[in-house]
Design a protein around this ligand. Sequence first.
Ligand SMILES: N[C@@H](CCC(=O)N[C@@H](CS)C(=O)NCC(=O)O)C(=O)O
Length: 222
Amino acid sequence: MNPKLISYKLCPYVHKAAIALRVKDIPYDIQYINLSRPPQWFQDISPMGRVPLLLVGDEVLFESSAIIEYLDEVYAPRLHPIDPVKRAQNRAWMAQADGCLGAYYRLSGWKSDASFPKAIEKLHACFDQLEPAVAAAPFFNGETFSLVDATFGPLFFQLNILAEIAPEVFDDARHPRIIRWKKALVTHKAVVTAVVPDFRDLYLDWLSNKESVLARRLLDAG
Ligand SMILES: N[C@@H](CCC(=O)N[C@@H](CS)C(=O)NCC(=O)O)C(=O)O
């Protein structure tokens, strides 16, 4: 029986798990739920009421990092570095992704035009910390796509669409390594195919339904 990913179409944590499944060519089933009205069966099995879940036989896995670590242990090829020091460093950077995602989410719903640059600066402050760590290319560890790439891919994928209306989310001069990394990630086959084909439309629709700076910009852009 294939593992089954319980999903919400716009969730970056689901995207991360789907990327790991795809990079490893693991056959999997996927079921989408409406997070604003989660079905009872989901509430019964999801310890935190969150997606993603990965159903493996009778077992329920939750937390995207735990899910991708599980996949990496069970299915070849190994995406984490073999060297324990490098692996620990990779895990440490994976843990930092949530801070950047938080800054991005706050920015996506930011209400005040006047203080919007502050929201941008919070995201850039996260990138300032990450920039020196992105030493290799095209991916975080070099030629091989790893779990760090699966973790940051969804953030950059969503930001890349957001940048169509807020180009200031990326600063090429301040974060040249991140920009180069971002370009490799948002065009990677597993990253692109791990979301639904109409993701961009759904995402812009989600952005436009907030009372926010970005929703107003979308409206102005027509
Ligand atoms: N730390 C969790 C975060 C998962 C998460 O926040 N999922 C969101 C959707 S993107 C969710 O299910 N939210 C529903 C809720 O919190 O009620 C992970 O990495 O899996």
